[in-house]
Ligand binder design. Sequence first.
Ligand SMILES: Cc1cc2nc3c(=O)[nH]c(=O)nc-3n(C[C@H](O)[C@H](O)[C@H](O)COP(=O)(O)O)c2cc1C
Length: 191
Amino acid sequence: MIKDLVFKNRSYRRFDQSARIAPETLRELCDLARLSPSGRNAQPLKYILVSSEEMCAKVYPTLSWAGYLKEWDGPEEGERPAAYVVVLGDTAIANNYGIDAGLAIQSLTLGAVEKGLGGCIIQTVRRDDLAKILDIPSQFEILYVVALGKPVEKVVVETLKPDGDIKYWRDAEQTHHVPKRELKDLIVAEK
Ligand SMILES: Cc1cc2nc3c(=O)[nH]c(=O)nc-3n(C[C@H](O)[C@H](O)[C@H](O)COP(=O)(O)O)c2cc1C
């Protein structure tokens, strides 16, 4: 069950934009982030939940998609995310956020997959623009944006080829391929 969820929890970048996500669903996913581990239990992460079509349209241009796919500028109209979770660091609580954001986002995206949704973590964000668009007080640092929606793309995990290239790629059918290193190449020792 967990293997299945982790396997399906790929980075999805093309969605059925018409399948809107209710604010309540975003709150449920955010609650999974809330319950995730936090260094010193400081819980410095805060969230902005974006689900209205109007705000989604404003957030979208601040994001960069799939740097390895040089010919692709990101999802076109109709295939754009139906919601976003902006992950913030609250500087009033902490000035570094350790691995909290990664853990929180993993919980959130696993929850999304369980609901038949999917997402993509976006780190390459025009932060100044996004802060203005969402009117984010300077107390908060924008860490990541998680784009969410009902995926319409097929993503397959495959074993790294002998040349060791880790770049994801798309084939002629637009299937997205994600090379992963083999387990035997990750385990340095078993004692
Ligand atoms: C910290 C982090 C930052 C990322 N930033 C971006 C990004 O800015 N844009 C993007 O399209 N994907 C981004 N991704 C998604 C990665 O490209 C993706 O995780 C990787 O290609 C492996 O694919 P998988 O998630 O399906 O295993 C990011 C992922 C992580 C963990």
